[in-house]
Design a protein around this ligand. Structure first.
Ligand SMILES: *[C@@H]1O[C@H](CO)[C@@H](O)[C@H](O)[C@H]1NC(C)=O
Length: 426
């Protein structure tokens, strides 16, 4: 039996000789060689033509925005159905927090237009399913990117949005080791493009956007308060969110945009993000696969201030309701506008092994745990929010503990994926 290499590189000398002779015959005369060269050039040229045709095709033929029908869908979705209601552009609307906030706004009669680029950072079929859910509640989601200035300009021409709820972002701490550019693309460049569109809009909308508790970085003072220092980020994700806080401040200062930044603390719940630990643990536990539980130095357990999605939604809506107006018009500032930052946490950190224990109880399956010392690639050992500022401003008061919240998550998970999820890939 020949080995794999032998099959690929046959050692029979005769074969090579035959081939060489054949090769020699083909290129015997210069004229044949010239014809061959011409042929190669023709092949290359037609390939390049085809490529650029495909590119153009992607841009123009499958463009998912523009046109009469599209405009009508946007207008209908943005319609307000209550007195003093608002009209909100929600970016990242097919995302975890975005889909929940969109539904909550729509349910109370506000106008909502969603925007999402449906990227494949995690399973896009989950985003599509969230989109279907929103469509069933008459929320239209534009498939587009916050970096697309032409689309944004068009959008603000069609609808006089009172508010922008900006939740689109590249999330995740460890993924930055693989794809740092995507954090710059979404969290920096995309943010600036969106703010440009908001600043140009007449009237300017008030902007509420998702920062992150990760901006507290290596801080050790607990609980984390908004006035604490945030200049020691431990991950590129955190650094781009911190940059976002500075960039939004600039737009507030120069153009009079009303800005509210929300520092989310480990948001979890039904329709959550599959890249988060509680979600992937659930999948692995059900499949009988081991889970990796990270530990800090000296085997100290990691802890997170897990915050249930419904509580975060209340915080988002409270922020929108109290955001105050932008003051600029025609791209110029006409007076000072609010600039606010709030923690949205739960104020009761839970260790990761305790979280796993709760999952085991709800799933009625024991987890196979591998404890591993946390690699120094961006995760912080613990988070704990001081939420007194959000409580004071709009009565923010989380009411769901991790037991209750994970019970609801598991119920959703089993109804969405079924018990055998993963054995049949979904
Ligand atoms: C929480 O933050 C407020 C300011 O919003 C501050 O006055 C208070 O001292 C902080 N509490 C703790 C325990 O750090």
């Amino acid at each position: 039996m020949p080995s794999l290499e032998e099959e690929l590189f046959p050692s029979t000398p005769g074969k090579f000789k035959d081939r060489n002779r054949h090769f020699h015959r083909c290129f015997a005369s210069t004229s044949t060689m010239f014809l061959w060269a011409l042929f190669l050039i023709a092949i290359t040229a037609s390939y390049l033509c085809f490529q650029s045709f495909m590119d153009t095709g992607n841009r123009y033929f499958s463009a998912t925005w523009g046109g009469h029908h599209w405009e009508k869908q946007v207008r209908t979705s943005a319609q307000i159905h209550r007195s003093n209601g608002m009209s909100v552009l929600v970016t990242g609307a097919a995302g975890f927090v975005g889909s929940h906030v969109s539904l909550a706004l729509k349910k109370r009669g506000d106008g909502v237009v969603g925007l999402d680029n449906f990227n494949n950072y995690y399973d896009p079929s989950l985003k599509k399913a969230r989109k279907n859910l929103l469509n069933n509640h008459n929320i239209f989601i534009i498939e587009g990117d916050i970096n697309d200035m032409r689309m944004l300009t068009k959008l603000f021409e069609i609808v006089r949005f009172t508010h922008v709820m900006h939740l689109a972002a590249q999330a995740g701490v460890r993924y930055a080791l693989e794809n740092p550019g995507s954090y710059v693309h979404s969290n920096i460049a995309g943010l600036v493009t969106l703010l440009e569109a908001c600043k140009n809009a007449n009237p300017q909308p008030a902007v509420v956007w998702a920062s992150s508790s990760s901006v507290y970085g290596l801080n050790e003072k607990v609980p984390f308060s908004e006035s604490d220092r945030t200049d020691q980020p431990a991950s590129l994700y955190a650094a781009t969110k911190k940059a976002g806080e500075e960039i939004t401040h600039t737009y507030n200062h120069i153009y009079g945009l009303s800005i509210t930044g929300l520092r989310f603390f480990t948001v979890y719940g039904p329709w959550g993000r599959p890249d988060m630990a509680y979600f992937s643990f659930t999948r692995n536990i059900l499949q009988g696969k081991p889970i990796t539980v990270y530990r800090g130095k000296n085997r100290v357990d990691l802890a997170r201030d897990f915050t249930y999605i419904d509580d975060v939604v209340k915080g988002c809506i409270g922020s929108l309701d109290t955001s105050g107006k932008s003051t600029g018009s025609g791209g110029k500032k006409r007076g000072p506008a609010p600039y606010r930052i709030f923690n949205l946490g739960n104020t009761s950190p839970v260790t990761v092994p305790m979280m796993v224990g709760i999952l085991e109880k709800h799933l009625k399956v024991k987890a196979k745990k591998n404890f591993v010392e946390m690699p120094g690639n961006g995760d912080v050992p613990f988070t704990h929010a001081n939420i007194s500022s959000a409580r004071k401003e709009f009565g923010y008061k989380p009411t769901t503990d991790l037991q209750t919240g994970l019970k609801k998550f598991v119920k959703w998970y089993l109804s969405y994926y079924g018990y055998n999820q993963g054995k049949s890939v979904k």
